[in-house]
Ligand binder design. Structure first.
Ligand code: GDP
Length: 447
């Protein structure tokens, strides 16, 4: 696919920073940059820093900048790419961006740079999506997984599976010319074993789907309990255990800031931290309503009960709320004299954020509930990928069934081809434009 437009966007986060980068990609990007720069660029060397000034049409200096030219095909998008490094102020960046538009570029759509990298064959679909994962990684483990995927590890595994299936297919096609009863049982069982091995390989990806999602998006966790049980103390404690990551979600108020805490490599996405942190506010004291709301959204519930006090009606209501849910019961303030009747709880961890008692066991339990995660695992990224793989497994199972029924080896070939087609959608060798657009719309502008 040929992309003629030259696109331009601010590639760095918009805020006050030392340096900001505007990136352009497309055939005319060098000519466009030259129009707003005070030195010639068309003849300038590739991949060398060029110092100069950006000027507006009135000839006034907008900023002192460094320009980097990466000519096609040796660039991120495989097109001509120009990066303008200017000062990192919002106004400077906006001004230069708008000058690039006036000079002939158009605003880049979400993920359009990476989309071009994909369409021009620089990255496959799995790698392109990994770019997003690298940017958004919330723990070191999540980052390693994303880097592995970006390096093509996932694609390589999927291709290896395809190659194996292709080998089986080639074998079958060689057999098609023979009458069925000439295919001896040894050959049939050899083919069957080869197909089965690929089914198992695909199933590993599917088995790790939940872990993969948790690594990327975080395990949605609610901390609930009546006022004063120690919710905000626990949150602060967890945040200090490992640097808390706070993300501003565009278009929302600060109330819905998402906070991540990293537990043994597992990112926990804590629901409604604002509600917890403002618990000294009388309005927030209506603990049960908040608990219901949070628990409803959570995949893991941390239910807190104050061990230094008698159990209350509110506590009982919270116990009912977590029935049948994935929850960890924490009896807080274990450093104080225990008053609560522990017989009320089946499984609990006594914990104190003052002394650290019970904390190790608590962290282990969380990691256990999240399931094993490590950078070497193979994951599917999302439902789209999972669906493709599940259907591929179905086709492969079908192929085995057909093979065992001995109703014609050419029917086995049909099933194998269907599985191959699904696997190539995963790496993007065969994928529709709608799917591509859907995938890249999740990116941010400038990536
Ligand atoms: P929240 O209303 O549930 O968020 O509760 P807070 O975290 O604000 O804690 C209420 C009170 O309990 C505060 O005075 C905390 O210092 C105290 N507290 C919390 N955790 C512990 C603990 O482990 N030991 C002791 N002794 N006090 C705690």
């Amino acid at each position: 696919m040929k992309t003629e437009d030259t696109i331009s966007a601010i590639a760095t986060a918009l805020g006050t920073a030392g340096v900001g980068i505007i990136r352009m990609s497309g055939e005319n990007s060098i000519a466009i940059a030259e129009k707003i720069f005070d030195r010639p660029l068309q003849t300038a060397p590739d991949r060398k820093i060029i110092f100069g000034h950006i000027k507006n049409p009135a000839g006034e200096i907008v900023d002192e900048v460094l320009i980097l030219i990466m000519r096609a095909p040796k660039s991120y998008t495989r097109e001509n790419v120009v990066e303008i490094q200017c000062h990192g102020g919002v106004e400077v960046l906006r001004e230069i961006l708008s000058l690039t538009f006036k000079a002939g570029a158009r605003p880049a759509e979400r993920g359009e740079f990476t989309k071009r990298a994909f369409l021009n064959g620089r990255l496959d679909l799995s790698q392109a999506q990994a770019v997003l994962d690298v940017i958004q990684a919330k723990t070191a483990t999540a980052l390693s997984v994303a880097q592995n995927q970006l390096a093509g590890k996932t694609s390589k595994k999927i291709r290896a599976i395809r190659t194996e299936i292709l080998n089986v297919l080639a074998h079958i096609e060689a057999l098609i010319d023979f009458p069925e009863d000439d295919i001896d049982d040894a050959v049939t069982s050899e083919l069957d074993a080869k197909i089965l091995a690929q089914i198992d390989a695909v199933k590993i990806f599917l088995a790790n789907q939940r872990s993969g999602r948790i690594l990327r998006e975080g395990l949605e966790t609610a901390i609930i309990g009546k006022p004063n049980v120690g919710k905000s103390s626990l949150l602060n404690f967890l945040a200090e255990t490992d640097r808390a990551i706070v993300t501003d979600i565009p278009g929302t108020t600060r109330d819905s800031i998402e906070e991540f805490v990293n537990i043994r490599g597992v990112p926990l996405k804590i629901i409604d931290t604002a509600g917890i942190r403002s618990s000294d506010n009388p309005v927030e004291q209506i603990g049960i309503e908040r608990a219901k709301d949070c628990a409803g959204r959570a995949e893991l519930i941390l239910a807190l009960f104050d061990s230094s006090r008698e159990i209350s009606a509110e506590d009982l209501e919270i116990l009912r709320l977590i029935e049948g849910r994935s929850a960890i019961i924490l009896l807080t303030k274990a450093d104080l004299t225990q008053v609560i009747d522990t017989a009320r709880f089946e499984n609990f961890i006594a914990i104190s954020v003052k002394t650290g008692a019970g904390v190790e066991k608590f962290l282990d339990t969380i990691a256990e509930k999240a399931g094993a995660v490590n950078a070497e695992m193979n994951f599917v990224r999302d439902e789209r990928e999972a669906d493709l793989l599940r259907r591929a497994v179905e086709n492969l199972e079908e192929a085995r069934a057909t093979l065992s029924k001995n109703i014609g080896i050419d029917f086995v070939a049909i099933d194998l081809r269907a599985a191959l087609e699904l696997l190539s959608e995963l790496t993007g060798e065969s994928v529709t434009e709608d799917v591509i657009n859907e995938i890249f719309s999740k990116f941010c502008i400038g990536k």
